[in-house]
Structure formats: structure tokens, C-alpha cells
Design a protein. Sequence first.
Length: 433
Amino acid sequence: MTTQWIAIRDLPAHTGEKITLCGWLYNLRSSGKIHFLQLRDGTGTVQGVMVKNEVPEDLFNETKSLRLEASVEVTGVVRSDERAPSGVELSVSCLRVFQNPEDEYPLGKKDHGIDFLLDHRHLWLRSSRQQAVMRLRDRVIRSAREYLQNNGFILVDSPIISGSAGEGASGLFEIDYFDSKAYLAQTGQLYAEAAAAAFGKVYCFGPTFRAEKSKTRRHLTEFWMLEPEVAFYDHEDNMDLQEGLVCHIVAEALNHCRPELAVLERDISKLENIKPPFHHLQYDEAMEMLHDLGSNTPYGDDLGNEDETILTQQFDRPLFIECYPKAIKAFYMKEHPTNPNLVLCDDLLAPEGYGEIIGGSQREDDYDRLVARIREEGLPEEAYDWYLDLRKYGTFVHSGFGMGIERVVAWIGGLQHIREAIPWPRTIYRIKP
RNA sequence: UCCUCGGUAGCUCAAUCGGCAGAGCGGGUGGCUGUUAACCACUAGGUUCGAGGUUCGAGUCCUCGCCGAGGAGCCA
């Protein structure tokens, strides 16, 4: 295509000029002798106005028969108009149809059920709401990388295919790998720890897989996780990093995604609260508070979703819960220096009931203790020989965490369900499209 | 794996106590020179998820199955 076309987003700068744009017809209204064409091109929307006695009669009649989502090239003069939401309209003088669909567009202008929308995810992405979500997701990812890279981190990605089951094989997807079995990664953490010993401050970012039959609005079987790992950071340094990262992501969403948050009808004031310092509770304190608030969760258990919601409702910004019992946490977490029943870890809970967005810990750096923990958990020791090497050759205090991108997007965007926060959600009963 | 809810027109949903299968949107036809999910008129459109059962009569009640959603557990 040799024609120079203009993005709808940039139309106000071309007021008074005759321009050409390419896009799709997302709605068409007509008053008999005047057509209103709602056009979108991925950068924005604009109303094209076609008046019967200003264009050839064939063109006017053909335009009336266009179906929703017809792909078109439209030429006309950009005109400022107070009645237009974006401030400008297009007086259409010429319209070329790339394709007028033979069938009616499946997604109507009124509401649809979630099942139908998910079956039509490939078309649903065209809607203004889904475009707002994807732009927010893009911004979250961009600002997270930006924050880490501005703070001396290097991206060192981890493999997605792993040869050993490692921790708890239950949640792993098994795949055929030539003549043997392999597994899809649940986390890149162990590899990030090795990379931290090479580069100091590292992160990995990629898809992770959980073969758990979770059926909740917070779970996907495939989700994206950002996992920083830092040499010589302890538990406290780790939480400072998490706080800084989350604050930067929220601030950048407010800087760049106001229109998207407006489409999502997000209460901005809730996001403007997200500033340091975040609240901190020790696990013990959290349990005490929960029991005062009527929870029945016994001491020693992990917090239920209900518990997380109750706790976060007490605060106006994210909440750290620190130092859980060792028995309910992963083998690689470092034992608490004064209480051997606890580990140096933290969960970061988002406000408004969005729950855990980060799980992190200081890692066990003592060879003997780590071996003992692997044996206690009944894990296959030989699978961790390379991981144990990190404690044999220049062991070092280090810490890291994993942040679930979709949960962060769901929280910042105020989404009801995490599946809207990823372009192609994967859940137990849904792997198409 | 467990608990709860749901499946009726292309879509979103109604249908009273078990008594003629309905509406809006979308489709088709016609009308309208400022519409904002435009509006107005007319019109077509049904194996009520499937298989049994109860009943004079089942979308509705019972049994089993299938599919999906929300929640629990687990986790980011």
C-alpha cells in the first residue's frame, strides 16, 4: 500500500486537512441521507460523516450495506466538532472497502456472557474494553522492565522446559521430550539464583505453567511471572525492592494509562494511595489480627483467600506479610535467625481483595541446611546437584521474588477476573482460541 | 477433587402453581439530513443441552449424563 495513511490518534493534528485512514467499521448509523460511520484503527476511534448529496450515489448506497467490522480505507477532511467525543470528525468523501463480511459479526453491540466472549477471544480483543486492558498490560510490563533496568538489573531468562520434576510434581505439565519426559517450568527462580551469582542483579520474565485444577478468578494454568533475584540482598532489601517496583508500576499506569483506566471505570483515587511505605505484618501478628476479626484459620496454616481479603481491607495500600512457618513454605527459603520454625519470606497482598501479587524470600545459602531441607521434604537430591553447587562455590546472601503480571494488571485495572488480563487465557477447560 | 449456580431464537435473558414458546439486540424489508449501544414500522427466526421417568399435559418436577461458570483447596 503506497498511500500515506494517518493514525486516528493523530487526527486532531491534521484538522482542516484531507487525509486517508485505514481501519474497521465498528458501528454504522444512518438517518437516510446521512451516514455516521464509527471507525477504529487500533489507535483510537473517530466518527466519519457521509452526506448523500456530497458523494456519488453508488458510494452512498454501498456504504449503507456495510456490515460491522468491514475493513475499509476512508478519505476525508478532518473537521473539529464539539459534538464528537474526541473533538474531531471526518467528512468522508471517498471510501474503499477491503472486505465487507459475508456473515454478520458475531459480537453484538449489547452484552454477552463470559462463555461466549471467551469462545470469541480473537474477536473480543477488538473491543474498546479489551484494548484498554491490553494497553495497561503493556504499560505494566514496560514499566517493570524499565524500573529494573534503571536499577542495574540484567535480563537473564530461564528455560521453559526442564528435565526434572523438582519440587512437588503435582502441579507440573509433563511433556514428551524425545525418548524421555520433561516438564514445563513453574518458576525460573532456581536459574535466576545461578544467574545472580554471575551478574549480581538479574531478573527473568516469561510464561510459567501450573497444572493445578484451580477454578477461581485469580488462577490461570499459563501466566507470566517477573522474577528478580539479587546477590547480597537480604529479606529487608528484598521487600524494599518490591515496594519500589510496585510503586513505579502504579505511578506509570497513572502517568500513561488514564484513558484506559477511564474505559475500565477504575477508581483512580485507590491507585493514587499507592505510595511508600507499605504496611508490614509478621505472620504471627497477622494471625492474631485475623482471629480478632473472626477468622477460624488455625495458627500454622497458610492464609485463605477470605483471610487475605479481611486483612487488606484494614489498610489503604499493599500489605507485606512476613515470616511464615517453615512447614508451609518452600525448601529454599532461609530459616529465621531467631525462630527456627519460621522462614525469611514475604507475601505482598494487593488492596481491594486482589490478593497475593508477589511471593518472595531470602534464599537458604548454607549448603548443609539446604541439603537437610531437601531431604526433609523428600525431594530428589540428585536433581538439585547444580543448584547446590551455588552454595559450594562462593555462597552468598541473596533474595528474590516472583510477581504475577496478570494479577497486577487485574488489580490496577480493577478487573473482575484475571483471564481478561492476558490476551489468550489458559484455564483448565479452555485452551482455544 | 469437593461445594454452589446455570444451559430456552445468532446474542442477552423472560416464561406466575405443571396449562398456547416471549422480549430486547442482531438479521431481512421500508422510512428518517446530526446520530452517539440512534430511532420508527413491518418481518423471518425454536430438537427449550442429551437420555430416561412421573403426569391428561413438562422449558418447569424426578434420575442419570454432558457442557460451562463461581467458590474451596493450591498458588503468582
